[in-house]
Design a protein around this ligand. Structure first.
Ligand code: NAD
Length: 703
């Protein structure tokens, strides 16, 4: 049966799309829409309504058709049929009219919506551009600026915002869209309202500045650096002001097809699906019930504890913050208040919202106050002894069934769980700094972490709008374990001949949010130095991998906060400049290791840094620390500034080709020895057996 039905009710032809769950524009829907439109042309209807059953209007393309050859009728043709109707067509929107769904509405002659409906063109988020007139019809209805903002941001807007800019004609105030849209159709019939073809609206060139397109090009060259889709969107919207609708549609189609087959879009689509996959724990029984989390406590109000507490207040969950002393508590609470004030200043929240959130955070130094907490997250100093004292105390005071979590970056969660008599209730919740902003949440399951605890924290992650990824216990879990190898290779490149500016530039040009040495200066060389002091020589690894930052620290060059580190910083503007004396330091250290520095190509820098990440990623996968390769990509993209349009380190390995990756790693082993360049056994196996990562993962799940 077709998911599209047609009925004539009085003089209104009603087309209903019923394609659960989100009325995606599958082939059957597209074909059904054309049939229904044809039927409506030949009957007694005087107006045609397009509406959807279920919870939403068409929410976009059918993702199961992604990557397959397109089947006629393609959407632009369907929408052309709608627009060419001799009778007025009204799209009635509820839920989220997105992508092709909203383009269907734009091709209709009138648009009406429930007040809580949202509309948008999110294609850019997947490295695509709207491919069925979105770039041509939006500016005709809304003007250039509103169109550019809608299409480039990829963020849906509310029905009332859409009405303000002319994208929606009428809002149904009560919740009865069927009744409201039918009445609207009859009103149009009565008024003999014309067929209003969006494609025939002239864009008023006097309503925008000529320079607007170049301004947006510049802004988006920064905002979505290196990405093709946003630039193509701007070109297409500009074309709408210069050429005929037909020519504009042709340009849009060509750009859409180019984007659809691009590596950037493949990468962004990979990350989109990987994020959703990572939110599931593969071996969790389906019927597992999550524990109720109404009250949260955070131990430690330092850099992480304060940010973690804010996550809960932001989600309207009361949170207690416990510190070791009243002074530390006061300092921590003041920082929280200051952060909220900063958000108010930037216009992100209102002063009332800030007050309300702060009122949800209670300060205490008394463990007895934690006896009713459903979840306690420890964020004290990274020392196993301090963690031991905290968890022993929590075990004494917390109620039965409370979840006891640690934010440790490196420590053994099984050992921490062993400090309690309830290891099943202990889990790692590894937030990233700044904890109220960074999306990633590594959920570290200990040997004994119970299924319902895992299910509870996965659910909680969604409540506080984090992107969760499950990891098993190992040194550094997924993200920091890979980061260590990346940073080690940065140091090796410095010792062998690269400069800090070269390394940072290569990685930034490649798409990383920041260069590794800029990050080091920002985070503070003192923090990493102190962390290193707690390590065993084995954990610290080859002195070449940390000697330079040790020397910089010992010279008092601890990064941005001291005015110098790998770079020099202007005390006022914080502007960064290269410092030739750092090169002298590097040169000296290289000599002390007996290394003669030589110029290094940008290609080698990129290859070594990315392969260091990739090889460790494969090791993480082979040990079962990550559930699947996509999880590693999600960790790196959401926690470490890896460009999503490259899909994450494991996706890069696949696009480069596993054999090439393996051969390059083997070549480095030849020149640099096997201290760091032993290829992962899994990578070796895949290459030898000619298997792709996907094939191997499928085999793992089935076997
Ligand atoms: P921090 O030094 O800024 O804060 C630690 C806080 O814990 C301090 O305010 C201190 O007074 C308090 N504290 C110490 N002992 C305590 C005790 N016994 N009881 C109550 N409070 C106590 O450190 P941080 O950067 O917030 O790190 C906290 C934890 O988070 C560490 O385990 C760290 O490895 C981890 N972590 C840090 C980062 C980061 O970027 N800094 C990121 C992820 C995880």
């Amino acid at each position: 049966m077709s998911p599209v039905t047609y009925e004539l009710k009085d003089n209104v032809g009603i087309i209903t799309i019923d394609n659960a769950p989100v009325n995606a524009l599958s082939h059957a829907v597209r074909a059904g829409l054309v049939d229904a439109m044809n039927q409506a042309q030949g009957d007694d209807s005087k107006a045609i309504l397009i509406q959807c059953a279920g919870r939403t209007f068409i929410a976009g393309a059918d993702i199961s058709e992604f990557g397959k050859p397109s089947q006629d009728p393609i959407l632009p043709e369907v929408l052309d049929t709608i627009e060419q109707s001799s009778k007025p067509v009204i799209a009635a929107l509820h839920g989220t009219a997105l992508g092709g769904g909203f383009e269907t509405a734009l091709a209709s002659h009138y648009r009406i919506a429930l007040k809580n409906a949202k509309v948008g063109l999110p294609e850019v988020n997947l490295g695509l551009i709207p491919g069925a007139g979105g770039t041509q019809r939006t500016p005709r209805l809304a003007g250039i600026k509103a169109a550019l903002d809608l299409v480039l941001s990829g963020t849906p807007i509310s029905a009332s915002q859409a009405q303000e800019v002319g994208l929606i004609d009428h809002i149904v105030e009560d919740d009865d869209l069927a009744k409201g849209s039918f009445a609207y159709a009859q009103q149009l019939i009565k008024q003999e309202a014309p067929v209003r073809k969006t494609s025939e609206i002239a864009i008023d060139t006097a309503r925008f500045e000529v320079g607007i397109f170049d301004e947006y090009r510049k802004t988006y060259a920064k905002k979505l650096r290196n990405q093709d889709a946003p630039q193509k969107i701007i070109d297409c919207v500009e074309a709408a002001t210069k050429v005929t609708f037909e020519e504009g549609m042709k340009q849009e189609r060509e750009a859409f097809i180019a984007c659809r087959s691009s590596e950037q879009s493949a990468s962004l689509r990979h990350i989109f699906f990987a994020e959703r996959q990572a939110a599931k724990v593969n071996d969790l029984p389906r019927d597992i019930a999550a524990r109720d989390i109404q009250n949260v406590a955070v131990i430690g109000a330092g850099l992480m504890g304060g940010g973690i507490a804010m996550n809960f207040a932001n989600a309207n969950i009361p949170v207690k913050v416990l510190e070791i002393s009243a002074e530390a508590l006061e300092k921590g609470m003041a920082t929280i208040a200051k952060t909220y004030q900063g958000m108010v200043k930037k216009g992100r929240i209102t002063p009332e919202q800030a007050d309300q959130r702060i009122s949800l955070i209670t300060a205490t130094t008394d463990y007895d106050d934690l006896k009713d907490s459903d979840l306690v997250i420890e964020a004290v100093f990274e020392s196993i002894d301090v963690k031991k004292s905290v968890f022993t105390k929590l075990d004494e005071v917390c109620k039965e069934g409370a979840i006891l979590a640690t934010n440790t970056s490196y420590l053994d969660i099984n050992e921490i769980a062993g400090f309690t008599k309830r290891p099943g209730d202990v889990v790692g919740l590894h937030f990233f700094s700044p904890a109220h902003i960074m999306k990633l949440l590594e959920i570290v399951r200990g040997e004994h972490t119970s299924h319902d605890v895992l299910a509870s924290v996965m659910k909680l992650a969604r409540t506080i709008k984090k992107v969760p990824v499950v990891a098993r216990v190992c040194y550094g879990f997924i993200g920091n374990r890979m980061l260590r190898q990346y940073q080690r290779e940065v140091q090796m490149c410095l010792i062998e001949g690269a400069s800090p500016e070269q390394i940072d530039k290569v990685m930034m040009d490649w798409g990383m949010a920041m260069g590794p040495l800029m990050v080091a200066d920002l985070a503070g060389l003192d923090i990493s130095y102190k962390a290193r002091q707690a390590l065993t020589p084995e954990q610290k690894g080859n002195p070449k991998s940390y000697r330079i930052p040790d020397v910089l620290y010992e010279m008092g060059r601890i990064g941005q906060k001291s005015g110098s580190g790998y770079y020099i910083y202007d005390p006022e503007t914080k502007a960064r400049t290269a410092d030739p004396s750092v090169l002298d330091i590097i040169e000296r250290e290289a000599q002390s290791f007996g290394v003669t520095r030589k110029p290094m190509s940008d290609e080698e820098v990129l290859n070594r840094l990315s392969l260091a990440l990739i090889n460790e990623g494969f090791k993480i996968l082979e040990e079962g620390v990550a559930q699947q390769a996509g999880d590693i990509d999600v960790v790196y993209c959401f926690g470490y500034g890896f460009p999503k349009y490259r899909g994450g380190p494991m996706f890069v390995a696949q696009t480069r080709g596993l054999t090439k990756v393996y051969e390059d790693i083997c070549a480095y082993r030849q020149t640099h020895g096997d201290e760091y360049w032993t290829p992962s056994a899994l990578l070796e196996k895949l290459v030898t057996e000619g298997l792709s990562l996907d094939e191997w993962e499928k085999g793992q799940h089935n076997g």
